[in-house]
Design a protein around this ligand. Sequence first.
Ligand code: BV8
Length: 243
Amino acid sequence: MLPEPLLAALRDAQHVCVLTGAGISAESGIPTFREAQTGLWENYDPMDLATPEAFLRDPELVWRWYRWRRDLVAEAEPNPGHRALAELEELVPKLTLVTQNVDGLHARAGSADVIEFHGNLFATRCFVEDCLVEVDTEAEIPRCPACGGHARPGVVWFGEAIPGQALDRSFAAARDCDVFLSIGTSSLVYPAAGLAELAKNHGAVVAEVNPNPTGLAAFFDHAVAGNAGEVLPELVSGLRGAP
Ligand code: BV8
């Protein structure tokens, strides 16, 4: 399933940059961002709930949504796709892993240095001061212990800036890498979706792994149609020289 030229480029690469999206966590049982929300949330559009406006309008509803997602993720386990990326760190001279996901599964799979481009579901920040806070998130509307203002999930909402260090490190890696792998993302959300083009413009071989070819499929040098949980272990075996 894996094109030999892609494996050859990976074998020669000094620096591989990987961008993951919700698709890599789909095989852990976590609904992707755009597929129909299940159960209680089928009447809500995630694109609306993941905004500061939604939080200001109805913080209790937004917290219920995030608590539901935290519970979902707490029950989930990393899958072979996450674990293959953790192994990939040992097989290439330098690997930069950027994830749009907020579920923390890459770290739980053993990836050492994950750039969380959109924050983390289990972090909590003060909505007023924007500092990290420890709060009782079972409260209907958690409050900042310092200022008493609303506490909010430590994720990046639509219309909010990507954390500066994550942005800088990800763009530097896209410019510097020899191979860029875009895995399990619809490539619809910017600036994350712009990383592949930046990599290609700086000479990288770019590939996507997705069972459903995205709108960028024709742009990629290789569009591997398959599930991350199957393709990535095969990629690792190919690099290990296993048949
Ligand atoms: C920004 C965290 C500027 C929250 C997320 C108006 C105002 C401001 C900005 C904008 C605007 N209009 C447009 C924008 C830009 C906007 C944007 O891109 N909008 C899109 C929708 C057009 N971007 C932003 O707002 C960003 N910020 O631009 O700031 C700025 C600058 C300075 C100062 C102030 C502002 C911030 C975007 C971050 C939003 N937060 N998440 C939360 O999770 O609750 S994004 C959200 O979408 C998730 O993080 C998700 O990861 C991400 C992308 O989705 P995907 O991961 O791709 O998931 P999706 O479901 O779409 O696709 C899954 C794919 O997996 C599918 O292709 C499927 O086929 C595949 N798949 C399924 N199974 C498998 C699989 N693949 C492999 N294996 C499988 N088994």
